[in-house]
Design a binder for this molecule. Structure first.
Ligand SMILES: NC(=O)c1ccc[n+]([C@@H]2O[C@H](COP(=O)([O-])OP(=O)(O)OC[C@H]3O[C@@H](n4cnc5c(N)ncnc54)[C@H](O)[C@@H]3O)[C@@H](O)[C@H]2O)c1
Length: 309
């Protein structure tokens, strides 16, 4: 679908993508625009560890790319992990386009260290950008959707949160990031349960793609292919699912988590109760230990933590 035509899966929708100046967010923003959406491209333009990276505005570059392809987009350069940044992000969508339909929470950065070496600042910075950086835009968008629903207008809003394999299984050297990304899964479940009544669907993805975040650490997995072969780790492979989740077409899908990379989409089935025992009275520690070992012998072994062993 050429950008700027009136058709497309997201024609008439206004989409906000956080951290859309590069990597996965940029790919999502371009893909939404190609399906007819008007896009608010947020990016603070920080370095890989979240520290300031000069006057560069990657959001403005992506807006220029969308406009050059005939689409419509506006840049927002605020910090989504602050109330002012999140509120002004939603306001930018409303002031520019008069509405907001889809929020893609994607911005983030890394401060990888083994837990024993992890400074409190590196813990706080990563929890803040991912977890608070998901909560605040969600809260401010939801306030508008709730007001719309209360005013009697039909809301078909979509939120796509960005978790990670690190949040699903854990990742050695990424204790802060794994905790934040696991927190996003809990936030997704609660937001889906609370906001369904206002017409808001909330889902999460755990992507994998070649970006500045992964191209060095996972150089072999992320390497670009030979000319002409399928570029499995291109960020653009993740965006079609995000665009569908962010469109009217995903009606009825909420509270779900998808792993997505290359040509593969997997529905994650999450925590579910395994073997259990009920004595109907208080156990002694020795007795409950013996029972726990029996239950563990019957239970499925959890997936391996990334980088363990
Ligand atoms: N690349 C992967 O394989 C992978 C795997 C799992 C999860 N993720 C997640 O996907 C998301 C995108 O990552 P990416 O790989 O494209 O990384 P990236 O570094 O290429 O892009 C992230 C963008 O977020 C922006 N950003 C950071 N803090 C911000 C803030 N406070 N406000 C606004 N913008 C801010 C950065 O400037 C950057 O442009 C992240 O949440 C990441 O944790 C990526």
């Amino acid at each position: 679908m050429p950008v700027g035509t009136s058709g497309g899966l997201c024609a008439g929708r206004v989409v906000v993508v956080t951290g859309a100046g590069r990597g996965l967010g940029r790919a999502h923003a371009l893909a939404f625009a190609a399906e007819g959406a008007e896009v608010v491209v947020n990016d603070l333009g920080v370095g890989l560890d979240g520290t300031a990276a000069g006057a560069d505005s990657p959001a403005a570059r992506v807006v220029a790319e969308i406009e050059a392809a005939g689409g419509s987009a506006v840049a927002h350069g605020g910090d989504i992990a602050t109330t002012e940044g999140a509120a002004s992000l939603v306001r930018t969508a409303l002031d520019t386009y008069g509405r907001l339909d889809t929020l893609v929470n994607n911005a983030g950065f890394l401060r990888d260290r083994m837990l024993v070496n992890l400074d409190e600042d590196d813990w706080d910075a990563v929890m803040r950008v991912h977890l608070k950086g998901h909560f605040l835009p969600l809260k401010h968008a939801a306030a508008w959707w709730r007001a719309e629903a209360k005013a009697g207008r039909t809301v078909a809003a979509r939120v796509i949160n960005t978790s990670s394999g690190a949040g699903l299984l854990g990742s050695v050297g990424q204790g802060n990031y794994s905790a934040a990304k696991a927190g996003i899964l809990g936030l997704t479940s609660v937001a889906a349960a609370e906001m369904g009544r206002y017409g808001v669907q909330v889902n999460a993805i755990a992507p994998a793609a070649r970006t500045r975040m992964t191209e060095e650490t996972f150089a072999a997995t992320m390497a670009a292919p030979e000319e002409g072969a399928f570029d499995a780790m291109a960020p653009e492979n993740v965006s079609p699912l995000v665009v569908w989740l962010g469109s009217d077409a995903s009606d009825g899908v909420t509270g779900r988590v998808f792993e997505v990379e290359a040509g593969k989409v997997t529905v994650m089935e999450g925590w579910r109760r395994g073997p259990s025992a009920d004595k109907g009275a208080r156990w002694s520690p020795a007795e409950v230990g013996e029972t726990a070992l029996k239950l563990l012998a019957e239970a499925e072994v959890p997936g391996a933590v990334y980088g363990a062993g």
